[in-house]
Design a protein around this ligand. Structure first.
Ligand code: GDP
Length: 414
């Protein structure tokens, strides 16, 4: 099987911090492949996929009332401040308990709103116990002014528990605006940012005795300041099997985020193709039809990961005073399956399988189907990612003909 010899080469395409399976798992699979123990290799891949698919992500966000914690949580979740299920902003916190907020698109991702340690009067250890510290993947400590001594003490306690924390300083847009107003002649953005960062760091270092990770953000512009850096750092620090879901959860729109989603989805689809390749040797009609029915849905999901779902496009179009249809003309993805537009992709693929099946018989047809589905998924990931990047770089104009990069040839795992 060609996939075996290509496995190594495929994963070399991705940076360490964007790999969705751990390095030692990749090494193990390669070792099995070398010894020609393909069945063992595949079962390791199946397990890795199970881990990725079932991985929950729980993010704890703590900070005092008024720091912008709720706005930050809504930004992470991809929920507008005015939407019904938004974390309430601009209200004084009264609860001493944590509140769970689900991600708008990913049911496995939960963001937990923890009351600020200062408002609970708990010492750090009891605070962490009360807040069920061991249920989170990491902590984010939010402040809009100087971090307080008890924020630093909390970080220390989190570290002692062997967990990761990150300091987020919000409302940077306000600081810059004020500074510019008060010192219009000498205002220097980078200098102001550096001063705020140094001030936070120095203050925290006194309590922490190591350099703490501080990120300056504006909750109203996630693609600016340190928000992208925060995302990259979190991605790096997470265990590999959680990177896939985290990268899909990212809401900021930068080329780095889009490429990160593209990388992650490509790895997932590659692993699934290997898994499906083994199934293809067994004639399992039921499973195949189920998969086909899900394809349309899969493609719609890809669109939403890249901010190309109908609702997002409507928003974009509105901003440019265009109709969604006028807008779509400039994007690549709506034309991917355009030969006969009135037929759904699902129908097309079912027909395709039936036709091939009648000529070649079940198992071979299945293999061909999966190959085609794999090819289409890659094509679609690239089209969606390229569309998203084009929108980002050139929101009004789509003059440049976009290329579609198909990194994997059709016969990849024959
Ligand atoms: P919480 O009490 O910590 O949950 O804070 P909220 O999220 O309710 O925010 C308090 C106020 O600060 C609200 O009026 C927000 O609109 C505003 N706010 C939050 N984050 C930012 C930010 O990054 N920049 C600016 N300029 N205002 C912010």
């Amino acid at each position: 099987m060609a996939w075996a010899s290509s496995f190594n080469a495929f994963f070399k395409n991705f940076k360490r911090e964007s790999k969705i399976i751990p390095e030692d798992t990749i090494t193990l699979i390669e070792a099995y492949v070398e010894k020609n123990k393909l069945q063992n290799a595949i079962s390791v891949i199946e397990n890795a996929l199970k881990n990725i698919e079932s991985a929950p992500l729980n993010i704890a966000v703590t900070g005092e009332t008024g720091t912008g914690k709720s706005t930050f949580i809504n930004a992470l979740r991809g929920v507008g401040q005015e939407e019904e299920d938004a974390a309430p902003t601009g209200v004084v916190e009264t609860t001493m308990r944590r509140t769970a907020y689900p991600h708008a698109k990913l049911p496995n991702v939960t963001i937990w709103d923890l009351p600020g340690i200062g408002s609970t009067n708990f010492p750090p250890q009891s605070y962490l116990t009360q807040m069920k510290f061991n249920e989170y993947d990491f902590f984010i400590i939010v402040s809009s002014t100087r971090f307080k001594e008890n924020d630093a003490q909390l970080a220390k306690a989190i570290e002692m528990m062997g967990m990761n924390f990150y300091f987020v300083r919000t409302k940077i847009d306000n600081d810059l605006g004020n500074e510019q107003k008060s010192k219009p002649k000498t205002f220097n953005k980078e200098k102001v940012l550096m001063k705020i960062r140094d001030d936070c760091s120095e203050h925290l270092q006194e309590a922490l005795s190591s350099e703490p990770p501080v990120f300056l953000v504006s909750n109203f512009n996630m693609s600016d300041y340190d928000f992208p850096k925060l995302e990259t750092k979190l991605l790096e620090d997470l265990p590999a099997h959680k990177r896939h879901i985290f990268s899909l959860s990212l809401q900021s729109l930068t080329e780095a985020t889009i490429n990160c989603k593209r990388d992650s989805l490509k790895q997932k689809v590659f692993l699934e193709a290997i898994r499906a390749g083994t199934l293809a040797t067994i004639p399992l009609g039921g499973i195949i039809m189920d998969e086909v029915e899900n394809l349309d849905e899969t493609f719609n999901l890809y669109r939403s990961y890249f901010g190309l779902d109908d609702a997002s496009l409507e928003n974009y179009a509105k901003n440019f005073n265009m109709s969604v249809n006028d807008f779509k003309v400039h994007l690549r993805f709506p034309h991917l399956f355009a030969e006969d537009n009135d037929e759904s992709l699902e129908n097309k693929l079912s027909k395709y399988i039936k036709r091939i099946s009648s000529v070649l018989g079940g198992p071979v047809a299945t293999a061909i189907y999966y190959k085609r589905a794999y090819y289409l998924q890659n094509l679609f990931i690239d089209a969606a990612a390229n569309d998203a990047i084009a929108l980002l770089n050139n929101p009004g104009l789509f003059e440049k003909e976009m290329e579609t990069y198909i990194s994997m040839p059709l016969d990849y795992w024959e």
